[in-house]
Design a protein around this ligand. Structure first.
Ligand code: GRG
Ligand code: ZN
Length: 313
């Protein structure tokens, strides 16, 4: 089995950031904030965050903040929960949360909570358990979960639980590994994991491993490196990670590397992108692959960053 091509992946991420008019950057322009989170978190897990000019990144992030308090995917775009979490996560990576007007960000997020406890993604109102996770994760990092109704938020997430033990995007929505990560993550952060049937959900999640060792997101679907994050982090949060074959999953992820030019793809021999590079490296970190920083399965940030936020004065 090959090894993780650390130096190649570092080079790849830094080059994507620089090639502002490449195909990938043009397509990704409106969600550059998410790209910044994926790329920079990967660099941090690989121990190379210091290769980046922190001041440049932070000043760009602050230019993406809207007067409502939310962050956009890029300068001049509309704010959305998705980008607000990425902005807060990147500031946390650089230990720069103090540049934020926390009340302002918290006001934006709490304003998106609905009467039934759910959250909308932005002013246009789409409701999804992804946004429940984002609200809870973000406010927890900012240490102001008291700005929302946590009890109602938890009840809404529980109302999205299915008979198979999984969770969907709204009540009655089909179980999907991505939504399961969001719901289990939000329940973990709020200390509400007793609402999860761990054996039932653990069974559904470990069934996601296919012959090649990779994981899929729903029954009958193809494996994809990103589920090494969505499925594995959920299994860890409910203490059932020993129910999958870890060595086979490591091999699947390593088989998805472009060992010449760097980057990781969704499946072996596909084209690489920053998103799957992040999920591959983060997945290997959850699998305790040697030489990588540990990542927190609920907050999706390195454990040392989380410890700095919660356990230092
Ligand atoms: C901080 C890690 C982190 C996340 C922030 C945005 C978000 C919160 C969570 C997204 C969760 C989610 C729904 C992930 C699934 C993404 C995905 C691969 C969707 C495609 O699913 P299918 O089933 O297609 O349509 P596949 O490719 O599985 O056949
Ligand atoms: Zn994917």
């Amino acid at each position: 089995m090959g090894e993780l091509a650390v130096d190649k992946h570092v080079k790849y991420i830094i080059s994507v950031e620089k090639k502002k008019d490449s195909f990938e950057s043009v397509v990704m322009d409106h969600l550059r904030m998410n790209g910044a989170y994926w790329g920079l978190t990967t660099l941090d897990i690989l121990g190379k965050l210091h290769d980046v000019d922190a001041d440049e990144v932070i000043s760009w992030i602050m230019k993406c903040q809207h007067e409502s308090g939310g962050f956009a995917g890029n300068i001049g775009h509309d704010p959305h929960m998705l980008y607000t979490l990425s902005a807060v996560q990147v500031l946390a990576l650089f230990n720069k949360l103090d540049v934020l007007d926390i009340d302002k960000v918290a006001y934006y997020i709490s304003g998106l909570q609905n009467e039934d406890g759910s959250f909308s993604g932005d002013i246009w109102g789409e409701v999804d358990t992804r946004f429940s996770y984002i609200a809870i994760c973000c406010l927890s990092i900012l240490r102001c979960l008291d700005k929302i109704n946590v009890e109602k938020a938890v009840n809404y997430i529980v109302s999205c639980k299915n008979l198979d033990g999984g969770f969907g995007c709204t009540p009655g929505g089909e179980s999907h590994a991505g939504q399961i990560f969001c719901c289990v993550g939000a329940l973990a952060i709020t200390g509400s994991l007793h609402h999860v049937d761990k054996d039932l959900l653990g069974w559904w999640l470990c069934e996601r491993q296919v012959k090649s060792g990779g994981l899929n997101g729903r029954p009958e679907k193809l494996p994809d490196v990103c589920y090494s994050w969505w499925v594995l982090s959920s299994l860890i949060m409910i203490d059932r990670v020993h129910w999958i074959d870890k060595d086979k999953l490591v091999k699947f992820i390593l088989d998805c590397q472009d060992v010449e030019n760097g980057g990781i793809s969704d499946r072996p021999d596909d084209a690489v992108d920053v998103f799957h590079t992040y999920f591959g490296v983060a997945g290997l970190s959850l699998l305790e692959y040697p030489g990588l920083k540990a990542i927190d399965p609920a907050y999706a940030l390195p454990v040392d960053v989380i410890n700095r936020i919660f356990f230092s004065k």
